[in-house]
Design a binder for this molecule. Sequence first.
Ligand SMILES: Nc1ncnc2c1ncn2[C@@H]1O[C@H](COP(=O)(O)OP(=O)(O)OP(=O)(O)O)[C@@H](O)[C@H]1O
Length: 224
Amino acid sequence: MTDLETRHLSREVAGRVLVQDVSVQVLAGEILAIVGPSGAGKSSFLRLLNRLDEPTSGTVLLKSQDYRSITPRELRRRVGMVMQTAYLLPGTIAANIAFGPHQRGKMLAPAQIEGLLERVGLPGLADRDVSNLSGGEAQRVALARTLANDPEVLLLDEPTSALDEASVRGIEELILGIVRERRMTCLIVTHNHAQAERLAGRTIVMQAGRLAAIGPTEQVLHAG
Ligand SMILES: Nc1ncnc2c1ncn2[C@@H]1O[C@H](COP(=O)(O)OP(=O)(O)OP(=O)(O)O)[C@@H](O)[C@H]1O
């Protein structure tokens, strides 16, 4: 089943085309990698998918529904995003995780917060202040914070590129496990081809804002 579809998605800023006519269908439970040279528009493309940026033309369908008919807040709940560096709010880990649901008037019980922390490998750390977390721990909190919103789609923008090699593998395992368990749809921007091969069944190559290739990861990355 197609969970997320882009139709002729384009974004132009000041006469410059950042994303050009990208049409792609992503299936429920699928991890799709987005690779390509620096400046190819990978992050720009991802940011269109939860309307952090507005497309100039084209649209996105979420479970066949045009995303322009979904309020931005609801859209961002359903389409969660984790960036290269975790932008956490000052305070405790628990407060960060409770933030999204709280904004929608929903209080998370301590047991729910602990359940999320256990899932991301940080049991018992609810009361820890986020100011002294390692990069890997902060990314785990960012993932838990996103999962607290119960999203259907997970957007990951270079989620491990700021981490040391040991943390990278841990976060990759976590992503694979979570996507499998929750049958989420996941798009991950990565410059690391080995990572794309470890995580993604299919891969998109972007070049100069366009979709230059799409297909099974190994096939796409070893073509030409
Ligand atoms: N808001 C903006 N206004 C103008 N130009 C922008 C804006 N955001 C990004 N760009 C430009 O658009 C191009 C695509 O940027 P983008 O960050 O999407 O590429 P990328 O493929 O993710 O690159 P990288 O791998 O280096 O992160 C770049 O040339 C960038 O400078």
